[in-house]
Design a binder for this molecule. Structure first.
Ligand code: ZN
Length: 532
């Protein structure tokens, strides 16, 4: 058996054409050892690692123990742990309704099928308001682009399609679509709520999965530690396939809006005829959870107070609506795979006896799925004293096929892009820029908590060439497994490729930790503005 496995691994390595890698992380059994952590973290027994759950606690105990075992020093506020408090809200749909009022009648919007009501700790329980369609609902001050300009949105609900004009760059579109930035602009204009229609061009999961996720717990940090704009009274997500009912009587149709969107023409702006009436029932509670933090201390007296962070998130979606009879959202790739990599990268550094000049922080965060909360908390309340100079975030990098291409989010934004090119080049891996900038992935995981603090960051995906079987595998994974119970231990994963990825991340972190100069944003990077 053993020989057969070795044969298969070696064959796979040869076929993938990868050579000259750090032996420590790709050597005997490295992929299998990486997988063994996922087997623990994504087991049904951990119940999907929801924030504040028993399963999450088992997961954080495991990470703390593994960090200790691979020789990292504790770098939390309580040993390896950094606890924090959350407000928790759960929707109670028996006390919810959504109606479109017009022409003396009310048209009921079917919750789940047609739309999903958002909830937050401070949400209003009863809202009735006029609505205005505002195109993409985007405000980009530096481009003088403002979908709200000249629109009367005061006291109203704004309706928009997600995304933005084709000539606005990906990072800018992504940043101004983030919840905080949108809220800032909408609050300033006096809007009281939103109806977002997902852009059919960049939809990742079928509506049925969006609908199924509406019963998940919503959480907020009790102490976000920075001025986060307050929530709006109501936030609604509308099924694009049913969006036409919003436009009844307005003289516009959703088809017409989509046609303009697909032709990259400006979207119309107009008041809706229907009024929106939402009743929102919810139950409130509180929870505790924790990040897990370990550090490999730097060896250079003048640089050891500078920290390179490698991060991944430990929470997932817990137990939810059943899909094909399975209720446990195991989150094997999302993101037990990243936590497993944290452990294996730390182990490889210990085994090679490397002494990086800067310190390297291994950070496993909670609350990512609730809105990047654990990383936001860490960035606001860092447990290491000194300067965080980089973040490399691993969030379902998807080692589903051999590592020939590495897709990098943030590639062109900082000198870290040059570092990853160098490291990947040595390993015979080609680097690709984000192929789907409209999916906003650069701001959709924990790296964004660091980016907003001015820290150059990168995030990673296995890359592919469009039109190849790898593209099919990648897209099928999103369609079938992303945020579904089938992201579990029964899926096919390329273990040697994962080990190779870990070796590349190890090399990348060491290169940056040992460099004479710390990383910097490129002069023309949009994200440079956050440097403090
Ligand atoms: Zn994730």
């Amino acid at each position: 058996m053993k020989r057969l496995k070795c044969l298969l691994v070696c064959l796979a390595l040869t076929l993938a054409g990868r050579y000259a890698l750090g032996q420590s992380a790709t050597g005997d059994g490295a992929g299998q050892r990486w997988w063994s952590h996922i087997q623990f973290l994504a087991d049904d027994n951990l119940e999907g690692r929801d924030v504040g759950s028993r399963g999450y606690k088992k997961a954080s105990d495991y990470m703390a123990e593994q960090f200790r075992a691979v020789g990292l020093q504790p770098a939390g506020t309580e040993g390896y742990r950094q606890p924090m408090d959350f407000y928790v809200v759960r929707i109670d749909e028996t006390r919810c309704s959504l109606d479109l009022l017009g022409g003396g009648k009310a048209q009921a919007v079917k919750l789940g099928d047609d739309a999903v009501l958002g909830v937050n700790w401070h949400a209003a329980e009863n809202v009735e308001a006029s609505a205005v369609f505002v195109g993409y609902g985007l405000t980009v001050p530096e481009l003088n682009y403002d979908d709200l300009a000249g629109q009367d949105v005061k006291g109203k609900i704004v309706v928009f399609v997600t995304g933005g004009p084709a000539d606005v760059s990906g990072p800018i579109k992504a940043h101004y679509q983030s919840g905080d930035e949108r809220r800032k602009a909408l609050l300033k204009a006096g809007a009281i709520g939103t109806i977002a229609i997902p852009n059919p061009k960049s939809i990742e999961v079928p509506w049925s999965r969006v609908a199924a996720s509406r019963f998940q717990l919503r959480m907020e940090l009790r102490d976000p530690g920075q001025d986060v704009p307050p929530p709006l009274q109501v936030g609604i997500l509308f099924n694009p396939a049913r969006a036409n009912m919003l436009f009844a009587g307005s003289g516009h149709t959703f088809q017409e809006i989509l046609a303009a969107l697909n032709a990259d023409k400006p979207l119309p702006h107009f008041p809706l005829v229907v009024k929106v009436h939402a009743r929102i029932g919810m139950t409130r509670s509180e929870a505790k959870s924790e990040n897990v933090v370990g550090v490999l201390p730097g060896s250079a007296p003048d640089l050891k107070k500078e920290y390179v962070v490698i991060s991944a998130h430990l929470d997932h979606l817990g137990i939810g609506e059943p899909v094909n009879g399975d209720r446990i959202y195991n989150g094997a790739m999302d993101d037990a795979s990243g936590d497993a990599s944290l452990i294996e990268i730390a182990r490889a550094m210990r085994d090679s006896g490397t002494k990086p000049k800067r310190s390297i922080v291994f950070l496993s965060v909670t609350g990512e799925e609730k809105g990047l909360l654990g990383s936001q908390y860490f960035a606001a309340h860092p447990t290491v004293s000194g300067t965080i100079v980089a973040d490399f975030n691993m969030d379902m990098y998807l080692p589903l096929f051999p590592l020939k291409y590495l897709e990098i989010q943030g590639l062109g934004e900082s000198t870290l892009g040059d570092d990853v090119r160098a490291v990947a080049g040595q390993a015979g891996v080609r680097v690709q820029a984000d192929k789907e900038p409209d999916h906003n992935r650069f701001i959709r995981s924990d790296q964004y908590s660091f980016i907003k603090k001015g820290v150059p960051s990168l995030a990673f995906k296995f890359g592919y060439i469009p039109g190849t079987p790898e593209e099919k595998i990648f897209k099928a994974w999103y369609a079938e497994r992303y945020h579904a119970p089938s992201d579990d231990l029964s899926q096919p994963v390329d273990l040697p490729a994962a080990a190779q990825f870990n070796a590349s991340l190890e090399n990348l972190a060491l290169r940056v930790a040992d460099a004479d100069h710390g990383p910097e944003w490129k002069q023309d990077s949009f994200f440079r503005r956050f440097v403090q």
